[in-house]
Design a binder for this molecule. Structure first.
Ligand code: 3H9
Length: 692
């Protein structure tokens, strides 16, 4: 017997334990060994019941992702699970940690399920652009009903033990000792007929509830195909024989496996795990920091404070005076109150988190912390003064980070004695929610400081991407090019809603003009003013934002921006259309109609172009890091894999053909020559990466 599965014995109960670190994925070796173990236990006369359990931190994370896309090798998981279900001897599954995908499906093949109090179960295949492929779409509806099953399969969300018991996904929650209680449960089933889900009918759904769930899944799919296939397959559990529907499920699983969407989502999954692994930092030891300081308790500072408090850090929060400090503390409390109101947190947790917060107006208190993050107003003079002050106040070893989005970190490093301890930690707003952090490595930042930034981001459960210093780092630099194309298109005949609809059709949660209205047009206005001094005369500039802001169109908060807002409802504003049309006519640029593909390709080409430059300059080391930034910080659809993956997959030629046509019409408007050159360079880099 292979060592990835072990058998031990408690009297007449055989315990079959999967042991395939790190997450007990059901690789071919595990499937083979599990099948052998179950068959052996069935043939042994001394065994009268079987428990299937997992060793280590988790039951199993499901199908082995490293095998995906390769020819499947026997025994296949659906067959192994069918054998488990057919066992004449009762089989109990003992779930702990996470029982995901194939791990959940093994449990559905077993005759009873027991879980630890903190265990989590789910069918997250949809997050990889897939569906359960080992009977999950057929057995789960039979067990918990089609409505609840579709909810879990189409969202991929995990459920905890309490909910699992409530919806009938588990039979028991272990009180103290999972293994002992699973053995007792198995023993209690000896001699009984064992229920087989595949032989049962799916309970009929209440039509309105089913329709409501189908509508929700359709609405939330937003271009993703796997959730729609989930509707189809769960429906089949009501109408087709198990064997027929299971064969359809298997076919759908492999179709999805070779889809662009699944490739893109698997690319993001592996990118998320690779981003923190940086060979150049392998000998750098991250500092062990448990107490941090934050200067500035505005929206960013208070969000960052909550992110750290949630991860168990002590936080010293500094403001310039008592009233600003009070407002900051109220902001932090307000965020917790919101979590309580939405049922995501209980009061005891809120109290425990706030007990870790030390609000103060005394900068000297920062000397007790291991890392100080400044989140003060985006003004270089203020930041430089602050760096000098920190240089006097802090021990020379304390790390210092800036949360600036745009300002030059090298200048700040110059102002801080010991610039090797200085880095950027660029959080995204709201900082306690958004998963992305750009860890900015300035020229003199030490490997130890970067490694500490990455380790801290991991503790915050965030996705960290290392970037070099440039205007806007990776994300905002690409965003600026994205926005510029949007404005160029306004000047050439497009309207904001056409661009928003096209980009929402591409998969963005919100179009760029609606987003700008939400954030406030004054932000773009201030940035334009800041950059005005360095703008060269041949740089194409569309001053429409200035015009809108000067008319008081600041966005949603003013009830008008690119759109009109009435009680939060957005509508096109004919006055804005008129401003745009008049500006466009006066610009002398040829006017044209844009269709959705023109708009999407032009924007994506601009993003890819800038991404290629970012790679070429070494601001990002690996193309997938650019993808992570755009997906986790800017709403680029994960199922398209980020701009670099998208360009690679969809074919640059497709995107370029439209970008080129636009450029021919536009002369200088679109940088096609550097685009082609950069893309060639980035493709060489892709090739290098592949070779490594
Ligand atoms: C499926 O089951 C299809 C079925 O229907 C069957 C059809 C026939 N395979 O995330 P972490 C690795 S589809 C292989 O950092 P955490 C991961 O790459 C599958 N490897 O830890 C990493 O490797 P490394 C459905 C896997 O504690 C290491 O484990 N299941 C797999 O933060 C640690 O991972 C899913 O979609 C895997 N399935 O989170 C679950 N999973 O150390 C996907 C992880 O070299 N997994 N690895 O970087 C997860 O959601 C999280 O990894 C998990 C642990 C919650 C399990």
């Amino acid at each position: 017997m292979s060592e990835v599965v072990r058998i031990s014995r408690e009297g007449e109960v055989a315990i079959v334990e999967i042991d395939n670190p790190p997450v007990n994925a059901t690789s071919q070796a595990v499937r083979r060994a599990l099948l052998d173990a179950v068959q052996r236990a069935q043939s042994e006369s001394e065994t009268r019941a079987i428990v299937i359990a997992g060793a280590g931190r988790t039951f199993t994370a499901g199908g082995d992702i490293s095998e995906f896309g390769k020819p499947p090798r026997e025994p296949h998981l659906p067959d192994v699970i069918n054998r488990i279900e057919e066992s004449g001897k009762p089989i109990v599954v003992a779930w702990h940690g996470t029982a995901l995908g194939g791990g959940c499906e093994i449990g559905l093949g077993a005759h009873k399920r027991i879980i630890t109090k903190d265990g989590l179960i789910g069918l997250p295949e949809v997050k990889l652009g897939l569906l359960p492929g080992a009977g999950g779409t057929q057995r789960l509806p039979r067990l918990i009903g089609p409505v609840a099953a579709l909810d879990l399969i189409a969202t991929g969300r995990m459920v905890g033990a309490e909910e699992a018991l409530r919806i009938g996904l588990v039979d028991a929650i272990a009180e103290t000792d999972l293994r002992r209680e699973a053995v007792a449960l198995a023993r209690s089933l000896i001699g009984q007929m064992q229920p087989r889900l595949s032989l049962q009918a799916t309970p009929a759904a209440e039509p309105e509830a089913w329709q409501a769930m189908v509508d929700r899944v359709n609405r939330e799919a937003k271009g993703r195909i796997a959730p729609l296939r989930a509707i189809e397959l769960v429906s089949q559990s009501l109408t087709l024989a198990f064997g027929v529907a299971q064969a359809n499920e298997r076919r759908a699983f492999f179709e999805l496996m070779s889809s662009d969407q699944s490739l893109a989502l698997r690319h993001i999954f592996s990118a998320e795990r690779e981003t923190g692994k940086r060979p150049e930092l392998s000998s750098a030891r991250p500092r062990d920091i448990s107490h941090i300081g934050i200067i500035g308790a505005g929206t960013m500072g208070s969000g960052i404070a909550v992110a750290f408090l949630d991860a168990g850090f002590r936080v010293t929060l500094v403001e310039a005076d008592e009233s600003a400090l009070q407002a900051g503390v109220e902001r932090v409390s307000g965020l917790y109150q919101r979590s309580i109101r939405s049922g995501r947190m209980d009061d005891a947790t809120r109290v425990a988190r706030l007990a870790l917060l030390n609000p103060t107006t005394e900068m000297a208190k920062l000397a007790e912390t291991g890392l100080v993050i400044e989140a003060v107003f985006e003004d270089m003079a203020i930041k430089l003064e602050l760096m000098k002050q920190l240089g006097r106040l802090l021990p020379a070893s304390t790390l210092v980070a800036s949360n600036t989005s745009y300002l030059d970190l090298e200048q700040m490093a110059d102002a801080l004695p010991g610039p090797e301890r200085f880095l950027g930690l660029h959080f995204f707003s709201p900082a306690h929610v958004m998963k992305l952090v750009e860890v900015v490595r300035a020229r003199r930042t030490s490997p130890e400081a970067v490694a500490t930034g990455l380790a801290i981001a991991r503790k915050l459960k965030k996705i960290a991407v290392v970037t070099g210093v440039c205007e806007g780092f990776i994300g905002n630099r690409i965003l600026a090019k994205f926005r510029a194309q949007c404005e160029f298109m306004l000047e050439e005949g497009a309207l904001p809603r056409e661009i928003d609809i096209a980009m929402e059709g591409f998969g963005l949660a919100m179009g760029p003009f609606a987003v700008q209205d939400l954030a406030g047009l004054d932000i773009a206005y201030a940035r334009r003013k800041r950059l005005a001094a360095t703008r060269t005369p041949d740089e194409r500039d569309v001053p429409l934002v200035d015009r809108l802001v000067e008319e008081g169109r600041l966005g949603q908060k003013a009830g008008r921006g690119w759109y009109l807002y009435d009680n939060g409802k957005r509508s096109a504003d004919p006055a804005v259309d008129a401003i745009i049309r008049m500006h466009a006519a006066g610009s002398g640029r040829p006017q044209r109609n844009f269709n959705a593909a023109d708009i999407q390709n032009r924007i994506v080409a601009a993003m890819v172009n800038e991404g290629a430059k970012i790679l070429g300059e070494g601001i990002a080391a690996r193309a997938f890091e650019i993808d992570l930034v755009l997906v986790h910080g800017y709403g680029f659809p994960a199922w398209r894999g980020g701009p670099m993956h998208y360009a690679d997959r969809v074919g640059l030629k497709n995107i370029l053909s439209i970008a080129k046509t636009a450029a021919m019409r536009d002369g200088k408007g679109f940088e096609v020559a550097p685009l082609l050159e950069d893309l060639a360079q980035s493709q060489r880099r892709f090739a290098d990466l592949d070779a490594n």
